[in-house]
Design a protein around this ligand. Structure first.
Ligand SMILES: NC(=O)c1ccc[n+]([C@@H]2O[C@H](COP(=O)([O-])OP(=O)(O)OC[C@H]3O[C@@H](n4cnc5c(N)ncnc54)[C@H](OP(=O)(O)O)[C@@H]3O)[C@@H](O)[C@H]2O)c1
Length: 264
């Protein structure tokens, strides 16, 4: 069988950990990320060390042409996509008035348009090998009103909402849609540093990509709808329902003000 797991943003961070997690479970992979991000080397490494088939595509996922290129590649190679992981995402932080217009459009394209279109283009393929699974990587930011994370949070709110509705629609086709909403993740050097200087609650909520990826893949293969990883993140969801808005605003502002004045 030529069934494969397709992972976007597989070159580093959470996506790379998810790729290794699937390889460990002996699943063949299609890895996607930007050109010059070490994807050929990662693909070769996984193939040699995990005894699975790997393919890679170096594409800019901020364009819809890239989604069509992925779909054509899958058709040409006659691959069957059993699992699809929409992980590629553009993070950001900054005042809305200061964020570059092109950056915003590209962030919306990578975080919103690409996962939506990829699912659309690969759906028939996935239906043909059902039971199949989709994992969308959202964020805790999708639930909260966070100044300086307005567009990022909104893109993730879309993904969380889209996944919930789509999951219900695809259930009769035996395709599950799982959303994982991590808080902080120790992925890039800058995020590791930022996560260390945050307050106690935020620090405790942070996960390593290796732990988050295992939880995410388990939840996906289990057909779980929504995964809030970690005890503190689960508590934050409860607090969000009971705390008055002005207290939540003060807590969020205090945390965000601890961050250095750099854009992520
Ligand atoms: N880190 C956190 O604290 C955190 C928290 C909650 C949710 N998340 C979500 O988790 C996911 C992974 O985050 P991460 O921290 O692992 O991010 P990361 O280390 O920055 O990795 C992002 C991945 O997406 C790829 N990517 C970004 N823009 C792309 C584009 N235009 N075309 C193709 N690939 C592109 C990157 O490829 P290149 O290597 O080629 O650039 C990379 O593989 C994202 O969806 C993010 O929103 C992260």
């Amino acid at each position: 069988m030529k069934t494969h797991t397709l992972i976007t943003g597989a070159s580093q961070g959470l996506g790379k950990s998810i790729a290794l997690e699937f390889a460990n479970r002996k699943m063949n992979l299609v890895l996607v990320a930007l050109p010059n991000s070490g994807l050929p080397e990662l693909s070769e490494f996984i193939k040699d060390n995990y005894n699975v088939k790997t393919h890679y595509l170096e594409l800019d996922l901020s364009t819809s042409q890239s989604c069509h290129a992925i779909s054509e590649f899958i058709q040409e190679k006659q691959l069957q996509i059993k699992c699809l992981v929409n992980n590629a995402g553009v993070l950001s932080r900054g005042l809305f008035e200061n964020i570059d217009e092109q950056f915003i459009l590209s962030q919306i394209a990578v975080n919103v348009t690409t996962p939506t279109l990829l699912i659309k283009l690969l759906l028939d393929n996935m239906k043909s090998v059902a039971p199949a699974s989709i994992l969308n990587i959202s964020s805790m930011a999708s639930f909260f009103a966070l100044p300086k994370k307005q567009v990022y949070g909104a893109t993730k709110a879309y993904l969380t909402s889209f996944s919930r509705s789509l999951g219900k629609e695809l259930k009769p086709h035996n395709i599950s849609v799982t959303t994982i909403c991590p808080g902080g993740l120790n992925t890039t050097t800058r995020l590791c540093y930022q996560n260390r200087i945050m307050g106690w609650i935020s620090r405790e909520a942070v996960l390593n990509p290796e732990d988050a990826s295992k939880m995410a893949v388990d939840a996906m293969l289990d057909g779980q709808t929504l995964l809030i990883p970690g005890f503190i993140n689960k508590c934050l969801m409860v607090l969000d329902k009971i705390l008055p808005e002005f207290i939540k605003d003060r807590l969020a502002e205090r945390e965000l003000n601890k961050l250095p004045r750099l854009q992520v």
